[in-house]
Design a protein around this ligand. Structure first.
Ligand code: ADP
Ligand code: MG
Length: 656
């Protein structure tokens, strides 16, 4: 302890200044009023201390003066090369070494798990059981992160041999791209669980484009986490169960479950939960049903879920039947993991059922490496769970659903680990022609109609043939080079949503109808605003399903590519998928197949689907466009008309 007024604090000899300490400390912890922090920090720098934790609050978490003070601390840190954690932090805990800098006395746990916590708060360090189900092996509260931040902490635990699982509690991003880069690398060897809060605060804003309004900040976070191989959880209960699963289960390589239950009802609940989380209830191994049925009456039915109660009662007892079934499931090559449910009762009548011993023996006999996810109920559940938690590959959860969900985290991680790093395909394009249009767009901040469609065409994204016309004479002339049916639209920056102006007429069959449409359109505009000058766009009509494609520039992660159901109802159905750019073939495939309307795109009930190859290439080309034109804020193609014969953009807008 350093304090100018005390000789002794908590039984320890106190020094008046840092300089008075006879050795150079490995770490200094500063916990003084905010105005005294910088002088104290300077003392540490002068004494040659290289690592400092600033506990004090009242900095960027508080007011303008606080922000200024924090900036000075950052400058001092950068200038001296001293690394600073905080301010406004509980600091670090390392239970392996019995170190904690917290101002709340945290007891050192008996069992120290290889799990690290990185948080923007001390709450999770103070409540480890509530948030991890167990404890943290090590924890860092980055606080206001004036120097050490998420990226540093992640890199640190990424190479820490004592840490196997990394749990992150995050309110806002700092150095988002660097964080994703680090996470992409580290998630290949250690699961990273992120609990990101503040989801509802920043919803999708009302935007100029459909894409803008359809893609909210949090959906972009989702896409970013997925891309980096991060397991995102949405609430405390998921966070706790995910940590628990990763600590106990080594790996889950497939979705086929064997279910063991003493109750038919629990088996039905399990079946529903498996369905919810994308697991399949596997076929029982060939010989298992037969073996279990040996000597039992005909009416006993053995399936998966295995209802083990009647087998036990009519045969050699519950424990023996349970063990036989569990071994059979664990040995089966058709089963990737076991969901095992059991009662555990305290009454002396049920002393013969020692489920913890049964499961431990089954694990040993089968040399088990498969996850066994359990839900234990009954009056002796707590004691049994404690014993089961000591068995390798066995984890217990508070409900059937949670037991299945626990498996789903590990399976999702298995899939994410196998993901390919997407590569941007390049396409040849006419750079000169593109630059001309881009210059216009940058100057006007927007490209609409034919201009936008032309730019897309330059990048190889097909568009319906069309022409701009100022008056009837030009419309008439343009119609000569097209074949009916035609579409007439209003053109110009005043008409951002043309339909709202009565500015789109489709299905024009002949010149007479064309003239009628033109007259009506002029009249529609005159009625609303007689001073507006009208321009027109004549287009060939395209057939097919209306899709939406888009780009949105996110300030943290760069361009996000969007595709989904288009047309005027795009915002109503909100059936879209999103991926960070670059999008390669396999990401494009995922984008299409994850749409709710995908069956329609594939073709349903004899109805032809769309040209999926064409669509996939368009997604890759849009991703390439984003790479070539990094300053596009939003881009919309709505709709892209798609049928079996191909895809054509008929309306587009690009915003800078
Ligand atoms: P806006 O979005 O500005 O209202 P659009 O050009 O998207 O105008 O046209 C509105 C709707 O008209 C489209 O969603 C589509 O249903 C139809 N449409 C427009 N152009 C064509 C075309 N060339 N072929 C077929 N349908 C079209
Ligand atoms: Mg449109």
């Amino acid at each position: 302890p350093i304090n100018p007024k005390a000789d002794e604090i908590c039984g320890l000899k106190a020094y008046p200044t840092v300089a008075a300490v006879p050795e150079v400390a490995d770490l200094a912890t500063i916990s003084v009023g905010r105005d005294h922090v910088i002088p104290a920090f300077n003392q540490c720098i002068e004494a040659g201390i290289r690592r400092v934790i600033i506990i004090s609050q009242g900095f960027s978490d508080a007011d303008k003066r606080g922000r200024e003070l924090q900036e000075q601390i950052t400058l001092l840190a950068r200038g001296s090369g001293v690394r600073v954690l905080g301010p406004n932090t509980l600091g670090v805990t390392n239970n392996f070494r019995g170190l904690s800098t917290g101002f709340i006395d945290l007891p050192r746990p008996v069992k120290i798990p290889p799990v690290a916590l990185i948080a923007q708060t001390g709450l999770l360090q103070v409540a480890p059981k509530e948030f991890s189900g167990c404890n943290w092996g090590k924890a860092i509260d980055i606080g206001n992160a004036c120097d050490v931040d998420f990226v540093d902490a992640l890199e640190y635990f990424g190479t820490d041999p004592e840490i196997r699982v990394i749990a992150v509690y995050m309110e806002g991003f700092l150095r988002a791209r660097k964080f994703l880069e680090a996470a992409s690398r580290i998630s290949l060897t250690k699961p990273i669980i992120v609990f990101k809060t503040g989801r509802t605060a920043a919803g999708a804003r009302a935007a100029l484009s459909h894409t803008g309004s359809l893609v909210g900040e949090d959906e972009i976070n989702d896409a970013a986490f997925r891309r980096a191989g991060i397991i995102r959880v949405k609430n405390v209960s998921e966070f706790r169960d995910a940590v628990h699963s990763f600590l106990k289960f080594a790996d889950l390589s497939g979705p086929r479950l064997g279910v063991l239950t003493p109750s038919g009802a629990a088996g039905i609940m399990a079946t529903d939960a498996c369905d919810d989380f994308g697991f399949t209830i596997s076929n029982l191994p060939e010989n298992l049903a037969g073996k279990l049925k040996e000597g039992l009456p005909d009416w006993v039915h053995i399936g998966n879920p295995v209802d083990i109660w009647p087998v036990g009662m009519l045969g050699d007892g519950f424990s023996s039947a349970y063990k036989q079934a569990l071994c059979g499931l664990l040995n089966s090559p058709e089963i990737d993991a076991v969901l095992a449910l059991s009662l555990s009762m305290s009454s002396p009548l049920h002393q013969d059922i020692d489920i913890a011993a049964v499961v431990a023996e089954a694990g040993k006999e089968t040399n088990n490496t498969k996850p066994v996810s359990m839900w234990i109920y009954g009056t002796a559940a707590a004691a049994t769970v404690e014993k089961l938690e000591a068995v390798a590959q066995v984890a217990c959860f508070d409900s059937v659903e949670q037991a299945v969900r626990g498996l789903s985290f590990v399976y999702r991680y298995h899939q994410l680990k196998g993901r390919k790093i997407p590569a941007q395909r390049t396409f040849p394009y006419d750079r000169k022609a593109a630059d001309l249009l881009l210059a216009k767009g940058r100057q006007r901040k927007v490209l609409l109609g034919e201009d936008a469609l032309d730019l897309l065409s330059i990048f190889g994204i097909p568009a319906a043939a069309g022409k701009i016309a100022r008056n009837w004479r030009e419309i008439e002339a343009a119609a000569e080079s097209f074949s009916y049916p035609l579409v007439l639209k209003l053109s110009g920056e005043a008409f951002l949503h043309k339909s709202e102006w009565g500015g789109v007429v489709t299905d024009i069959r002949n010149k007479k109808e064309l003239r009628g449409a033109w007259k009506k359109m002029k009249e529609n505009v005159r009625l609303r605003n007689p001073k507006l000058k009208t321009g027109f766009q004549l287009q060939e009509q395209a057939a097919g399903k209306e899709l939406l494609l888009g780009l949105k520039l996110d300030p943290k992660f760069g361009h996000v590519l969007v595709c989904g159901l288009g047309g005027v109802y795009a915002e109503v159905f909100k059936d879209i998928s999103r991926e960070l750019v670059p999008v390669g073939r396999s990401e494009a495939e995922k984008m299409l197949s994850s749409l709710k309307t995908y069956p329609l795109l594939k073709g349903v009930r004899g109805e032809a689907g769309i040209d999926q190859e064409g669509m996939l290439e368009i997604l890759e080309r849009l991703s390439f466009l984003a790479a070539c034109v990094p300053d596009i804020a939003e881009l919309d193609i709505n709709p892209l008309m798609a049928d079996a014969g191909g895809c054509r953009a008929v309306d587009a807008r690009i915003i800078w």
